[in-house]
Design a protein around this ligand. Structure first.
Ligand SMILES: C[S@@+](CC[C@H](N)C(=O)[O-])C[C@H]1O[C@@H](n2cnc3c(N)ncnc32)[C@H](O)[C@@H]1O
Length: 288
């Protein structure tokens, strides 16, 4: 089941209790306070105000999370210190600082190295995590690789195999566009990113939460994996985009692409049940 709620995430998270929902995993991908254009939010707050806001979201999320439940908090690498601090202050237990290495884009630097990764901090409510599925993948072997590799490798904290949704044609058919070809949302996250996060830290039937949903990537993946999702988004226009996307079920949004890449994961079928994905094409249930 997908709950699609328009409004401010802090107010809406309060509604979780009324709805009797306890969250098992949150994907938090907020505006990064870097002066980007958002219709309903100011992305240029004083530092202190911005981190007060992040603190409030992390705290409200924590209060509504099952013991051992997870948060994956995406941020710019320059905010690593503030991110870790905010999570710790709000009770979360650090698990990993995931480096999401960009494949096609970097911010050049004149007096320092160019920046080519984003951070995703994985933390849990208490230790240990209530659920963690160790995924195995089968990336191409590097040139000159001499040791035989029969059954893939475990995913580590460096994710260099998920291409970002860059601007331009490289974003491919997954990018949501209007009739003129312009992107509907510049911060759309890739399906492959959410697929990895949800497969790692949730089971079928779990509740996921995306407080700043944008185009609803978390909900689209959750729906196909048989997880529930509360998708919150402040911009009514984006809520319309999410609603359409969930109903349209585009081939480009299918999580089934590249399943073979995960084929060496132990008990994959338990977490990634192919029937759920097949069902997705027949029905989905959206509650507003
Ligand atoms: C970085 S984008 C998220 C992109 C998303 N991960 C995706 O795959 O499309 C952040 C989103 O948060 C939304 N947002 C900003 N402030 C919010 C708030 N107070 N409550 C809910 N949503 C908010 C913005 O409108 C924007 O769409």
């Amino acid at each position: 089941m997908i709950h699609l709620w328009q409004g401010d995430c802090l107010e809406r998270i309060e509604r979780l209790k009324e709805s009797g929902i306890t969250v098992d995993l949150t994907f938090l991908d907020p505006p990064f306070n870097q002066g980007k254009e958002y219709a309903c939010v100011e992305d240029d707050l004083p530092e202190e105000e911005y981190w007060k806001w992040m603190h409030a979201i992390c705290q409200a999320t924590y209060e509504n999370t099952t013991p051992g439940g997870a948060i994956y908090f995406m941020q710019r690498e320059k905010n690593a210190e503030a991110t870790l601090h905010t999570l710790r202050e709000t009770g979360w237990v650090f698990q990993n600082l995931i480096i999401w290495l960009k494949k096609t884009s970097a911010v050049p630097g004149q007096r320092r190295f160019g920046k080519q990764f984003q951070i995703i901090t994985f933390a849990t409510k208490g230790k240990p995590a209530r659920h963690f599925h160790r995924l195995r993948i089968d990336p191409p072997k590097p040139p000159n690789h001499k040791i035989p590799r029969e059954n893939g490798i475990f995913v580590t904290d460096c994710w260099d195999d998920i291409r970002e949704m860059t601007s331009g044609y490289l974003a491919g058919d997954e990018a949501l566009r209007d009739k003129e070809g312009a992107r509907l949302h510049k911060q759309q996250a890739p399906i492959a990113l959410l697929r990895r996060i949800l497969l790692s830290s949730t089971k079928p039937g779990d509740w996921t939460l995306d407080p700043c949903s944008g185009t609803g990537t978390t909900a689209v993946v959750a729906d196909q994996l048989g997880r529930n999702c509360v998708a919150i988004e402040i911009d009514p226009n984006n809520v319309g985009i999410i609603d359409n996307r969930l109903k349209e079920r585009r081939a480009a949004d299918s999580i089934c692409k590249h399943r073979v890449y995960y084929r060496y994961t132990p008990n994959l079928e338990e977490s990634w049940n192919e029937q759920f994905a097949a069902q997705w094409y027949r029905e989905n249930k959206i509650v507003h």
